[in-house]
Write a protein that binds this ligand. Structure first.
Ligand SMILES: NC(=O)C1=CN([C@@H]2O[C@H](COP(=O)(O)OP(=O)(O)OC[C@H]3O[C@@H](n4cnc5c(N)ncnc54)[C@H](OP(=O)(O)O)[C@@H]3O)[C@@H](O)[C@H]2O)C=CC1
Ligand SMILES: O=C1O[C@H](COP(=O)(O)O)[C@@H](O)[C@H](O)[C@H]1O
Length: 482
């Protein structure tokens, strides 16, 4: 069981808190993984009694928990941990009231707010006696809007929290299957020794979502898919696929290796931007047979035109010995045909095909991160037949993680990450340098888009993105997996 802590959630009435943070904390409580003394101090701007806050939280939370895990008794136990503090972010008095509610030696401030508030909140916490010797800060992604703003946020945070006490979340790192990438690569000799440009033809990373931007339009339209997803989640996946083996599983060793990958990413500039990237925006279409709105017709959309991308495809290169000549094709988008996160490692054909009459066939390793978490290995084997002397077939070895999970369910990322913050383990959190290196590369893409005035191409909701994204890979005689 984790040690006792005050978990103070800023933005407790927001989307992230409601959809991810409270369900994760409920699950930890259900599994008896939280100390009985741990309290959840919920901070938001509206003044209301604690009971009113709980009344609004309860149905939302219940709708996200498996019925067999929800009982009145369990809910009451969870609710008894909750304290509600209304706070105007600019009011000194309110911070003093907040400090008076804190009792544990470990204070964990979780900022589930827009990143523009990270600096001001840290400053106010520091100035109004809310910090003790073991106060930790958890920052949600994205940290900043570009390199300059990210540096500014990190500088302000660093005045009040040491780096050891700063936890930068990228919730993809908390996903069990993402952590499994490390295990797959560094605990299996036969995979490890076939993991470079001599064997691998190319890598694909797809993070496709079916959700649109409903309810988050105001935030998203200023950000776009490149900053919302590529700068953080896709870059982290790319690092885990491409990095060298860390010396150990410490945060420092892992970060050191990821930074080298980010530094080796070839910049995309105005000369390569049109051949190496595609931007898209969803238009009306169909999702699961039902009509779906376009981005510009979402309820909270306030403009007639927007140049914000909801889809990005990128052909990236990592300029080092291991990956020379191996393209990494990345794509991510909202309102796509399926929810799917996968990494596909496509192997080179063998140098000579002795099975004449059969096309040379490539092996492929598909690492499915969500849903249906598992691994598929495409092999070639003989078709059992007397008629065909030597016909070959492609067959998939399939490993299903859910089937092999000791828990019968795969824990959500935020469950792991909360436990790690409480126990002080930073190995699944992102270092400052990583965040900044990633921004440096992404800023280059944004700048090149501007210089080339690169338009967003419309794609139908429920499709796999703009047709141009197929071309991005097909012009290299390859195709997206799926
Ligand atoms: N939603 C998601 O799926 C994900 C979100 N994130 C990140 O998590 C953070 C929170 O996201 P999300 O919950 O969607 O955000 P919301 O827009 O729902 O905002 C969260 C809370 O922040 C407070 N807030 C917003 N604007 C202001 C303001 N100008 N001044 C004071 N308080 C303000 C509000 O608190 P109040 O209720 O008190 O008004 C609001 O409830 C963001 O940094 C986001 O990028 C990261 C991964 C996924
Ligand atoms: O960080 C974010 O992630 C979600 C996708 O997370 P997932 O765990 O459901 O894959 C994305 O919808 C959101 O826009 C982004 O801010």
């Amino acid at each position: 069981m984790a040690e006792q802590a005050d978990l103070i959630i800023f933005g407790a009435r927001g989307d992230l808190a409601g959809r991810k943070l409270f369900p994760a904390l409920y699950q930890l409580d259900y599994c008896e993984l939280l100390s009985p003394k741990t309290r959840i101090v919920c901070v938001a701007r509206d003044a209301m009694p604690r009971e009113t806050f709980l009344e609004s939280l309860q149905p939302k939370l219940q709708s996200q928990i498996q019925p067999e895990r929800w009982t009145e008794q369990q809910w009451q136990k969870f609710a008894s941990r909750i304290v509600y503090v209304h706070l105007d972010f600019n009011s000194a008095e309110d911070y003093v009231r907040l400090a008076a509610e804190l009792h544990c030696a470990v204070r964990i401030y979780y900022l589930a707010t827009p990143p523009s508030l990270f600096g001001p909140i840290c400053q106010a916490l520091g100035e109004h006696q809310c910090l003790n010797d073991d106060s930790r800060i958890v920052l949600e992604k994205p940290i900043g809007h570009d390199l300059a703003s990210s540096v500014a946020v990190n500088e302000t945070v660093a005045k009040y929290f040491s780096d050891e006490n700063t936890y930068r979340i990228d919730h993809y790192l908390g996903k069990e299957t993402v952590q499994n990438l490390l295990v797959l690569r560094f605990a299996n000799r036969f995979i490890n020794t076939q993991w470079d440009q001599s064997c691998i033809d190319h890598v694909q990373i797809t993070v496709a979502e079916t959700v649109g931007i409903e309810g988050r339009w105001g935030y998203y339209d200023k950000v776009g898919q490149l900053r919302d997803m590529v700068q953080n989640h896709l870059m982290q996946l790319l690092c885990l696929v491409a990095m060298e083996a860390p010396n150990s599983m410490t945060a420092e060793s892992i970060r050191d290796e990821k930074i080298k990958v980010l530094r080796a990413l070839r910049p995309i500039d105005e000369n390569t931007i049109t051949t190496h990237t595609v931007r898209g925006q969803y238009a009306a279409g169909y999702m699961g047979g039902q009509p779906a709105r376009g981005y510009l017709n979402e309820d909270d959309c306030t403009v007639e035109q927007s140049d914000t991308e909801t889809f990005v495809a990128i052909k990236a290169h990592i300029d080092n010995w291991r990956w020379a000549g191996v393209p990494f094709y990345l794509r991510t988008g909202k309102r796509m045909a399926e929810k799917l996160t996968e990494v596909v490692i496509s192997y080179k054909a063998l140098p000579h095909n002795i099975f004449s009459g059969n096309p040379a066939s490539n092996n492929r390793l598909v690492i499915r991160l969500q849903p249906n978490e598992g691994i598929e290995m495409r092999m070639v084997s003989k078709l059992h037949s007397l008629r065909d002397r030597m016909a070959l077939v492609k067959q998939d070895l399939n490993l299903d993680f859910l089937g092999s999970s000791a828990m019968g369910r795969i824990p959500e990322a935020y469950e792991r990450l909360f436990l790690d913050v409480i126990s002080g383990d930073q190995s699944l959190f992102v270092g400052r340098e990583e965040v900044e290196e990633s921004w440096r590369w992404v800023d280059g893409v944004v700048e090149a888009w501007k210089r080339q005035n690169m338009e967003v191409r419309k794609y139908q909701a429920g499709s796999w993105g703009p047709a141009k994204s197929e071309l991005l890979i097909e012009k290299d005689n390859r195709s997206w997996h799926g």
